[in-house]
Design a protein around this ligand. Structure first.
Ligand code: HEC
Length: 458
């Protein structure tokens, strides 16, 4: 996800000013343009707009807390590890400026010191898509908590297609919390346009029973899963959002930056995974996904992977005990059978997800942390763009911890064990990642995801 908004604003070096000369227009507005207005403006996901002094002033104290604690803008990578081209962390100097401005009375200053306003893109595409797929229509009610919903639609692509970028475009931004898309092989058992979830048998505490026990009427070829139009589980039917997500400020996945393209095989289906928040006003979202398509044969191939614990996910190995504040999941293990370039990582867990660390071990035995998210927040499905040369013979181990204690304010119920599953009250330990390889390399062979779900799409 290239950060088109944020990159377009340019850079201002953080500077510390004498406190009494700090004003909104001169010192703070440029920082808000660069770091905040992508979300804090009318029609976007943030509940208040920071386009004007009048809109911003009531939030001054909360802003100070939010930036000093680095809660805002949302960015979760530990700065000690890795380098990310879409790094949204604020510069310390900018944080200091906001803090000093608030401490000195949050004054407006002279409007003629204001930077020119940003020309925010109108409600249009950021990429110029060659091909657009309409997603499902989703009616978001005024109130209530909405579960994540998966809907499968046909891609309409009747031949193998190399895409070079992908953009997810909701129509109702104010209620769109996130939308992820993944490609899946067509399965005649899965109906188009029908919201799908996994209907599991539960014990009296509400915990999902181990899959194999709860199943009558099995989905062909997918042991332990019922044949039901609402089912969306199977060898390659992964609704986890491995190709990219729309979260506010990040909606484009662009392989052109790596001179690469991604193969979408003929008749692939697309899963929209949608999560909406209610705002008091009912709204209807009609998300779309747009693609740019390679005009020439691509030189390099982008491949994304879905991963999970290498020992599997059944309840014998993946069970987060009730009230456990720091449960360590069995790791994901990924083996690189050839030289590749690691370009993207997206930790995915649910409400009890606490931290996730991607560790790379080189054939020399040397170890390197390529991404550490010490305080995971399931509200923000952020992808991290990087550029790491991974030699043949390397191994990546991903570790994660979960907090099923009452100290986790998102925890809906600390008093029950939690098992693996797609719903928010269940858990996932799903470190997604993307690599780029040469066209000469065999995409089936370059990487082995042990016990995992393997490649996303193609
Ligand atoms: C990627 C989108 C995004 C960006 C960028 C962003 N915000 Fe937010 N902000 C939100 C959303 C959504 C909420 C409401 C939900 C929440 O609190 O997480 C929010 C809430 C807040 C709040 C409410 C209090 C709180 O802490 O919950 C403050 C204050 C705030 N933002 C300040 C800022 C400032 C200052 C910046 C820039 C330095 C910024 N935000 C950048 C999306 C964003």
């Amino acid at each position: 996800m290239t950060s088109i908004f944020w990159a377009a604003v340019g850079m201002f070096a953080g500077t510390v000013f004498a406190a009494d000369s700090i004003t909104f227009h001169k010192n703070v507005e440029p920082i808000l343009q660069k770091n905040c207005q992508s979300c804090h403006r009318p029609g976007q996901i943030a509940p208040m707009s920071f386009l004007t002094y009048q809109g911003t002033r009531p939030w001054a104290k909360a802003m100070k807390t939010a930036v000093a604690s680095r809660k805002m803008p949302p960015w979760f990578a530990d700065p000690k590890y890795g380098h990310f081209s879409n790094d949204h962390a604020m510069q310390q100097g900018d944080i200091d400026t906001i803090v000093a401005w608030v401490d000195s009375g949050a004054r407006e200053g002279d409007a003629k010191d204001a930077p020119p306003p940003i020309a925010w893109p109108a409600d249009g595409w950021l990429i110029q898509p060659d091909y657009i797929v309409k997603g499902p229509t989703y009616d978001v009610p005024a109130k209530g908590v909405l579960e994540w919903t998966n809907v499968v639609v046909p891609s309409g692509l009747t031949q193998d297609t190399w895409i070079t970028s992908l953009e997810i475009k909701p129509s109702a931004l104010a209620v769109t919390h996130h939308i992820c898309v993944s490609f899946i092989a067509h399965n005649p058992e899965v109906k188009y346009g029908v919201p799908v979830w996994v209907d599991k048998q539960r014990d009296e505490t509400g915990s999902a029973l181990p899959r194999a026990q709860g199943v009558k009427n099995e989905l062909p070829g997918v042991p332990g899963v019922a044949k039901d139009e609402r089912e969306l589980i199977g060898a390659r039917l992964n609704p986890g959002g491995s190709e990219g997500c729309y979260v506010p400020g990040q909606q484009v996945t662009d392989y052109r930056a790596f001179h690469a393209a991604k193969l979408v095989p003929a008749n692939t289906d697309i899963v929209f995974q949608m999560h909406y928040t209610t705002t008091g006003t009912p709204m209807t979202d009609k998300p779309e996904v747009g693609f740019t398509i390679a005009k020439e044969p691509p030189q390099r191939r982008y491949i994304s992977y879905n991963s999970q614990p290498s020992v599997g996910t059944d309840s014998a190995v993946f069970k987060i005990p009730a009230n456990d504040g720091n449960w360590q999941s069995p790791p994901s293990e990924i083996f690189f059978n050839e030289d590749v370039q690691l370009v993207w990582m997206m930790p995915h867990m649910h409400m009890r997800g606490k931290d996730m660390t991607y560790n790379l071990e080189y054939p020399t035995g040397e170890k390197q942390i390529v991404l550490k998210v010490p305080h995971y927040d399931f509200n923000w499905q952020l992808g991290y763009y990087t550029d790491v040369k991974v030699p043949k013979g390397s191994k990546m181990t991903v570790d994660a911890h979960f907090d099923n204690s009452p100290n986790n304010k998102f925890n809906p119920d600390p008093n029950r064990p939690v098992f693996y599953g797609d719903q928010t009250w269940e858990e996932m330990m799903a470190p997604f990642f993307g690599i780029v390889v040469d066209m000469k390399q065999d995409p089936e062979k370059v990487v082995t995801v042990k016990g995992g779900r393997g490649r996303g799409g193609a």
